[in-house]
Design a protein around this ligand. Structure first.
Ligand code: SF4
Ligand code: SF4
Length: 337
């Protein structure tokens, strides 16, 4: 892991940060141990979100043992209006149990209209300026899954934006030019989903692929247990060989773009189905041929694909536009025939 400076924030950290989605899936004890291990391994950048349920509070509990000042805390929330942003920051401060957050980001901004709102007189940026004066939030960033939205934000409001976060990994390179432009403008660049949402098995290869580019400052793989912390921090800084580049191409061809990143943005399912959990079982079945194992896990689930009432709520929230209802039908066919 290299030492980096996160664009104009001036934050000094390592090139690998702690992605806070997976700790919400383990218990508090395990989450605390995982955060402590990550710090021992040299990680000092922690990314969470209001939407990641207990993630902020679990990280906050670990910080009581580690020392708040030893880490950089980043979080995010969707509201682009003044009151909504201020209120979510307050909830994050309470959940982390801290007096300040280093970086607060607008989470998954979907339209240019929302961007304009965020920077209007009644927008989130004005609230950030107030919170900054109070010492509660130090820096402001934006995350999105739609490139055109971030491009617009950089073009129009780039002087105010200190970081951007966007997917970048072996199979998702649509943000390269935008990252380059951001870097030129002094904006810190954060790669989300560096492991393709857990779909790329060769962690070392995946992280080296992302970090060999000077347009990426930091990658934030999800870490949900001690083994993942170790795997995500033990890769070399060597450039990719021709053989490794060929392997990246092979992974790209095999995965395509139509796969679940396990981000849980589709939650909550109206019928209580664990959508990414069910999709993961389908991957195990297809990719590794673990039929019996996957089936036993499937039948043990409280709600299965058969419970889908096809309301479509999840599809509205999936940033990758996955055809979730159709997949649920297919999975039901596979596992319940
Ligand atoms: S369409 Fe099915 S899977 Fe999606 S939220 Fe509705 S019930 Fe859940
Ligand atoms: S279905 Fe879409 S929103 Fe849900 S976990 Fe997968 S990629 Fe994320």
């Amino acid at each position: 892991m290299k030492q980096i400076i996160l664009g104009k924030t001036g934050i000094k950290t390592k090139s690998i940060g702690f992605g806070g989605i997976p700790v919400q899936r383990v218990n508090e004890d395990e989450a605390v141990k995982t955060v402590i291990e990550a710090v021992k391994l040299g990680v000092n950048y922690f990314d969470s979100a209001r939407g990641y349920t207990v993630s902020e509070s679990f990280i906050g509990k670990a910080l009581k043992q580690i020392g708040r000042e030893k880490v950089v805390l980043a979080s995010k929330a969707p509201p682009v209006d003044y009151d909504g942003f201020e209120s979510e920051v307050k909830k994050s401060l309470d959940a982390f149990d801290t007096s300040y957050i280093d970086l607060y980001q607008l989470h998954n901004v979907k339209t240019v209209k929302e961007i304009d709102l965020a920077f209007s007189e009644k927008g989130a940026y004005k609230a950030f300026e107030k919170l900054k004066k109070e010492g509660k939030v130090l820096h402001f960033g934006i995350t999105a899954h739609k490139r055109e939205v971030l491009e617009y934000a950089i073009e129009k409001y780039g002087k105010k934006i200190e970081t951007i976060m966007f997917p970048y990994n072996i199979v998702e390179s649509q943000g390269v030019e935008m990252f380059r432009q951001a870097k030129k403008a002094g904006i810190g660049t954060i790669a989300m989903k560096p492991l393709g949402g857990g779909n790329i098995d060769d962690i070392s290869l995946a992280l080296r692929y992302v970090l060999q580019n000077d347009f990426i400052d930091i990658a934030i793989p999800g870490m949900g247990n001690i083994d993942e912390c170790r795997a995500d921090t033990s890769f070399s800084d060597l450039p990719l060989t021709d053989e490794e580049k060929a392997k990246c191409e092979q992974i790209k061809n095999e995965l395509g773009n139509d796969f679940c990143r396990r981000c849980s943005y589709c939650a909550p399912c109206t019928a209580g189905i664990d959508i990414p959990g069910i999709f993961t079982l389908q991957v195990y079945l297809k990719k590794y041929g673990l039929g019996d194992w996957a089936k036993s896990r499937y039948v043990a689930m409280k709600k299965t694909a058969a419970d889908c009432i096809q309301c479509g709520e999840c599809e509205k929230r999936c940033p990758y536009n996955l055809d979730i209802i159709k997949r649920m039908r297919e999975i039901k066919e596979i596992f319940e025939k």
